[in-house]
Write a protein that binds this ligand. Structure first.
Ligand code: CP3
Length: 354
């Protein structure tokens, strides 16, 4: 289901796209660009089609998902599309009582804190998310040579929502469980790894050309705790999709101290937030992996000249890398001017044209 050329067949235009080449660390015609949270958020055409439709419901309507996923591709000329969904969609699909509250984020009705609570987590089957398969089929037909990135939340970040019951600054309940009941914690993360793996496979089988594992909040952990309590589950996810041959991207916020381990977990591309320059990130990650990042999303609120200056800093730090996918250091902020994003794509393409 991926774009790897069959024996004796010419590679597809998608396989030869700048984005997938950069992920594979092959020479590119220009540095490819996409933005985390490019779908939705700042686009007026997004707000228009979402009017009156709750977030989770919108994720279950294939035509709407297709339209929202395509909007930033049409508008910004980005080099990849990211599937419009949310990290909690597979949890909702297996029957967890949760909702996405506007301006808040995912809220879980019955947080998971005891062994008995684990019974809430059953395996995910493709039938639970048939709307995902349907939407990705529609999308790949529309996207032409533009690759589609599938994604999932990593076990730690999903666990943080399930255990806290909602967004959290300090992750105190999550850490209490991780430190206080390591066996229950390991079992929880293992269950989540199974669900995440199944969800990524559905997306790849349907036609996604790459996958990104979002461990957005794992930067809250020290490296020793990450290695002991989180890395085994994330490694399991990456190994489960290794055989498909699609690039696997691994991203978290505030993960400067974890970059080496996050690469080791099995990523082909390591996402970097704006706190670590890409040349330093490359030293921490080591050879054999591409990097993705890392303009501070807040820079887009400054003048065009300032955006260009900060963008050149990112590109200069990336000059010696084997593979670079340009992105922001975290998601597009909701009040970002869409035109600033369009200009940024154009600037990176022009500046890096070879
Ligand atoms: O990247 C994309 O454009 C694809 C769509 C996407 C969404 N969520 C849509 C969304 C992706 C990739 C995500 C991932 C996601 N969701 C992450 C990892 C990425 C990151 O930012 O670190 C996390 C942590 C979540 C959990 C979540 N869901 C949060 C924190 C929020 C924002 C709450 C808010 O309103 O500020 C959501 C809701 C959400 N997910 C929205 C969208 C478009 C907004 C919902 C709405 O408009 O009602």
């Amino acid at each position: 289901a991926n774009d790897r050329p069959a024996a004796g067949q010419p590679p597809t235009a998608t396989y030869e796209s700048a984005f997938l080449k950069a992920c594979r660390r092959e020479p590119v015609p220009h540095t490819p660009v996409w933005f985390m949270r490019q779908a939705g958020r700042s686009l007026p055409e997004y707000l228009k089609v979402r009017e009156g439709i709750p977030m989770l419901e919108s994720c279950m309507r294939p035509e709407l998902v297709t339209e929202i996923t395509l909007q930033p591709v049409r508008r910004h000329n980005v080099d990849a599309a990211i599937y419009f969904s949310d990290i909690v969609v597979p949890l909702k699909a297996i029957g967890i009582d949760l909702d996405i509250k506007p301006g808040v984020g995912p809220v879980v009705e019955n947080p998971i804190r005891t062994r008995a609570d684990l019974a809430q987590l059953r395996d995910l089957t493709p039938d639970d998310v048939s709307y995902v398969t349907e939407a990705i089929k529609l999308l790949t037909a529309e996207l032409g040579s533009t690759p589609l990135i599938g994604f999932a939340g990593a076990p730690f970040t999903l666990a943080s929502y399930l255990v806290e019951g909602g967004p959290s600054k300090n992750h105190e309940h999550t850490k209490a469980l991780m430190y206080g009941d390591p066996q229950l914690w390991a079992d929880l993360l293992d269950r989540l790894a199974e669900i995440t793996s199944a969800f990524l496979k559905v997306q790849i089988d349907a036609g996604a050309s790459a996958v990104q594992l979002f461990d957005s909040w794992v930067g809250a952990l020290a490296p020793a705790d990450y290695r002991r309590s989180v890395m085994p589950a994330s490694t399991k996810v990456f190994e489960s999709v290794a055989g498909y041959g699609v690039p696997r991207i691994h991203f978290g916020v505030g993960t400067g101290e974890l970059l080496g381990l996050m690469g080791e977990a099995g990523a082909d591309v390591v996402g970097v937030d704006w706190r670590v320059p890409l040349d330093e990130a490359a030293r921490r990650v080591g050879p054999g992996k591409a990097l993705q990042g890392n303009l501070d999303p807040a820079v887009l609120f400054s003048s065009t000249e300032a955006v260009e200056t900060k963008t050149r800093e990112v590109l200069d730090a990336a000059a010696g890398l084997e593979g670079h996918v340009f992105n922001l250091g975290h998601g597009v902020l909701p009040t970002t001017d869409p035109d600033a994003l369009t200009r940024l794509v154009e600037y990176v393409h022009e500046r890096t044209a070879r």
